[in-house]
Design a protein around this ligand. Structure first.
Ligand SMILES: C[S@@+](CC[C@H](N)C(=O)[O-])C[C@H]1O[C@@H](n2cnc3c(N)ncnc32)[C@H](O)[C@@H]1O
Length: 274
């Protein structure tokens, strides 16, 4: 049965998740949040009332629910021109002042973005000098990311992106294939720390020279984007860089005048004021 849900149902769901589990979806963009809830109740054959009951009575259900609720779509070298700008402009700029530095992948999903960065750093010969922090609020997707294992069928797109990125070798040099799956060389993860972190309620946990938060804030309303952008500003060293998704912008937010546009096309911003 196709059901519809109204704003008061969505409010009951977000309030319950917040009060019981501390995840705060109250300021997520309502249209996509509603679509995801409708998808979950259809997929699991639930009504709104039975979903509320399950969320209330079964704490074990929350991770599965979050995994379905969040959009985890990602690719390696997503938007290849962005990765060329990282390699040719942004990272060389950081290296002028720091031989070693920290990168934060906020909303890293299943890890494709992290593997892309690790490969890029390896090809620049600086893989051992950079620490990567990869975070997401979805613990199930983080577990997948840690395995660095992906279905072979995903690799056609990833290989195409790598070629457009103009990588040094072949993406195949970085993984082994077996039984319809590929597993990337674990050495790529030598300097990577994966951890659960919620951008909405989570504390600032480190200082970075480069933050990537691409295609994550599109699911937040503007007020929440504004708050999260303030956290990113605080988490960056002066002259550090913030990268957001190709369809996102920060020119409207409270901290906009503390950033300079480093690359407009690729949505890279440089912190110029504390
Ligand atoms: C569409 S994926 C983007 C992955 C990658 N950054 C990219 O551009 O390909 C969005 C990710 O953001 C995560 N996410 C959503 N809300 C979050 C929050 N409040 N805190 C941390 N991560 C969040 C989701 O779990 C999901 O893995």
């Amino acid at each position: 049965m196709v059901q519809d849900i109204d704003i008061s149902d969505l409010k009951r769901i977000t309030e319950l998740i917040y009060s019981k589990y501390g995840y705060d979806f109250r300021n997520y963009a309502m249209s996509s949040f509603k679509r995801r809830i409708l998808r979950i109740i259809e997929l699991k054959n639930l009504s709104i009332e039975s979903l509320l009951k399950k969320l209330n009575d079964s704490p074990a259900f929350i991770n599965e629910f979050l995994d379905e609720l969040t959009v985890n779509v990602t690719e390696m070298f997503r938007d290849p021109s962005f990765w060329r700008v990282m390699r040719d402009e942004i990272i060389p700029g950081i290296l002028l002042n720091h031989k070693t530095f920290n990168i934060w992948h906020a909303g890293c999903s299943s890890g494709e973005e992290v593997i892309s960065m690790a490969i890029l750093l390896k090809e620049m010969g600086i893989h051992n000098d950079v620490s990567l922090f990869a975070t997401d609020l979805d613990v199930n997707i983080l577990e997948k990311a840690k395995t660095a294992t992906y279905p072979s069928k995903n690799m056609e797109l990833n290989e195409k992106n790598y070629i457009r990125f103009e990588g040094k070798w072949s993406l195949r040099d970085y993984y082994k294939e077996e039984n319809g799956k590929v597993t990337f060389d674990k050495n790529l993860y030598n300097n990577v720390t994966f951890r659960k972190h919620d951008l909405v309620v989570g504390e600032i946990f480190n200082k970075f020279d480069l933050i990537l938060c691409r295609n994550v804030m599109i699911y937040f309303n503007q007020a929440l984007q504004n708050e999260v952008l303030k956290k990113f500003h605080e988490s960056l060293f002066k002259y550090g860089y913030l990268c957001i998704g190709s369809k996102e912008s920060l020119i409207w937010c409270d901290v906009a005048n503390r950033f300079l546009v480093a690359n407009n096309e690729e949505k890279v911003y440089k912190k110029i004021k504390d």
